[in-house]
Design a protein around this ligand. Sequence first.
Ligand code: SAM
Length: 287
Amino acid sequence: MRAANQWKDYELLDTSRGERLERWGDIYLIRPDPQILWDTPRRHPAWKQAHARYHRSNTGGGQWERLRSLPDSWQIRYGDLHFALKPMGFKHTGLFPEQAVNWDAMAGFIRQANRPIRVLNLFGYTGAATLACVAAGAHVTHVDASKGMVAWGKENAVLSGLADKPMRWLVDDCGKFVQRELRRGNTYDGILMDPPSYGRGPGGEVWKLEEQIYPLVAECVKLLSDNPLFFLINSYTTGLSPSVMQYVLGSLLPAGIDGTLEADEIGLPVTDSGLVLPCGATAMWHR
Ligand SMILES: C[S@@+](CC[C@H](N)C(=O)[O-])C[C@H]1O[C@@H](n2cnc3c(N)ncnc32)[C@H](O)[C@@H]1O
């Protein structure tokens, strides 16, 4: 498993009985995680001092219970990247810390390439991967269905001192955007996507990962430039193994393309147990 072990401001302190205890800067949160099947003793003192706990409801969704004074928004950083965090629906905070391994990998490819690189980030959320690629020197096109997420991404760009760098922030349906880019003849050296299991485009377009990932990747490979650098697909859909993501990507990449195709789980180290909690599957091709 590839572990996101370079964090200073984020820490997964403990996992027990269906919940994670996490430190986000100075803020401690308890969030549900259905994978945590073990009922290990909760020794860490922060279990009793958390600022908030997210309760999942039986009818879907859920809500935050504020246990201590919790700011509406606060910031953490990863290297030079700064992110605003907010307690949101669906237990979200605006950041998926395990993705740091992918941010570092892509930033490394871009720096090593040492040439102008154009990147497309689909389902870009609050822009962490976009900013990691921009900071490494790429021009990035960021696409997400949600106006609020795109606004949040731009806020993170300002906080990170990257607002004047070359990037495009677009509120659009990923499938429709890719079709338009194909018609326009635009190409990209790097493509990444971290789609949800289920989602909706801005016009209500339904996204179901199992049904749509293959046709979407099939269209995306046509957007690769003559000298592509990477293609990364992440999924945190329970039950989709890294190998499945690798077969999707591998079966669609242009025949004879040079480079390395690999796939692995990504995860977060757990301070109290020394385990690494699996958080998703990433397949990636790179030069
Ligand atoms: C939960 S996030 C994915 C995880 C995120 N990329 C990360 O940081 O790990 C899913 C994002 O996909 C977006 N989304 C869902 N369906 C979409 C669609 N059809 N087109 C574009 N974006 C979509 C949502 O607005 C959301 O921001």
